[in-house]
Design a binder for this molecule. Structure first.
Ligand SMILES: [Zn+2]
Length: 334
């Protein structure tokens, strides 16, 4: 994607943190921990070979994080080499991971587009395999049953700018929230999914950007609660963004980081975890962090608050959208 020519106009729309600091500094983490850190691992390309070494490292460091899965390969059109729950050896490993305290989360029914019936089957299968808890969900780019994805992530003029910048290629690409569409599953999402991932930022401390997290957006009401995350998309991106300085600052701020990663994208090769990534995680484990799963962290932040209690104000949502759009345009990604 080429940078939109009017990008400089957006530079003036910087985010004001001053009104958010007092909120999150009041947050108290369990057991005297100073901050919280977790990971949501997008399952793209993941196989037992390329992600198990990473999970062995995390488990050894006492960290418990969240890993997304596909229930089946679907019609095969989205195949990217990643394994699904239909692989007996992979499923056995996932169940073992869950038993040791990691969270298993959902990344659509399959890497290919699924109709309502298939998504319904996947939700039931997920609950059979991993239990009856409320599900954490992340859209998989490319699936047309995604919920509020593509240009539907944005509102008003932000959506217009995004569609101009992407030449309209992301317009109406997600149908999961469109009632009456064969791909609609919004009602099922509301029933089964508690938390869904939306915006990803460079900043590690999600509370500094979005003290309302997890928040409810009445304009995207089939999702109960949204959460933003920090960009560690592949190994290169993670190493550039998750520096020891920034991790130390996260602790000093008492914040929360929900890293969004693809552990299959270079974090381990030939069974060996990348040494620099290992170093960063070892450093992180020496800090006084609460290293729990994403749902545990989000449940802690939400407490007993209902959807009504967590509605984000329109101006705050607009700030988040502007910030995400600006970072997208600067990076030249979609
Ligand atoms: Zn994905």
């Amino acid at each position: 994607m080429q940078l939109w020519p009017g990008l400089m106009v957006l530079r003036s729309l910087t985010f004001n943190l001053s009104d958010t600091r007092s909120f999150y500094m009041q947050s108290i983490w369990p057991k005297g921990h100073k901050f919280a850190f977790t990971v949501v691992d997008d399952t793209d390309w993941a196989t037992l070979e390329n992600v198990k070494p990473v999970y062995d490292l995390l488990a050894g460091l006492g960290m418990r994080t969240s890993k997304t899965v596909w229930l089946s390969p679907g019609d095969g059109s989205g195949h990217n080499g990643g394994e699904t729950c239909e692989s007996p050896r992979y499923l056995k490993w996932l169940l073992g991971l869950q038993r040791t305290g990691f969270e298993i989360a959902l990344h659509n029914a399959a890497p290919a587009t699924s109709n309502r019936e298939t998504t319904q089957w996947a939700l039931e299968r997920f609950r059979q395999l991993f239990g009856g808890h409320h599900i954490l969900f992340c859209n998989h780019t490319g699936c047309r049953e995604n919920i509020y994805w593509g240009d539907a992530r944005l509102s008003g003029w932000r959506r217009t700018v995004y569609n101009l910048a992407t030449c309209g290629k992301r317009r109406d690409i997600s149908r999961g929230h469109v009632a009456g569409d064969p791909l609609f599953w919004g009602d099922l999402c509301r029933e089964h999914v508690r938390y869904a991932r939306n915006f990803v930022f460079d900043d590690l401390n999600a509370l500094a950007i979005c003290p309302e997290l997890p928040y409810h957006d009445p304009g995207r009401s089939f999702v109960n609660f949204w959460f933003p995350s920090a960009d560690g998309g592949n190994l290169k991106r993670f190493l550039a963004n998750f520096t020891t300085d920034k991790l130390d600052r996260l602790e000093a701020e008492g914040g929360v980081c929900i890293a969004y990663v693809h552990f299959a994208a270079g974090f381990a090769e030939n069974g060996v975890v990348n040494p620099e990534f290992r170093k960063r995680m070892e450093h992180l484990s020496t800090l006084n962090g609460w290293f729990a799963t994403a749902s545990e962290v989000l449940e802690h932040l939400r407490g007993s608050a209902s959807i009504k209690d967590r509605i984000i104000a329109p101006n705050r949502l607009s700030q988040l959208e502007r910030k995400w759009l600006l970072e997208k345009l600067l990076k030249g990604t979609t």
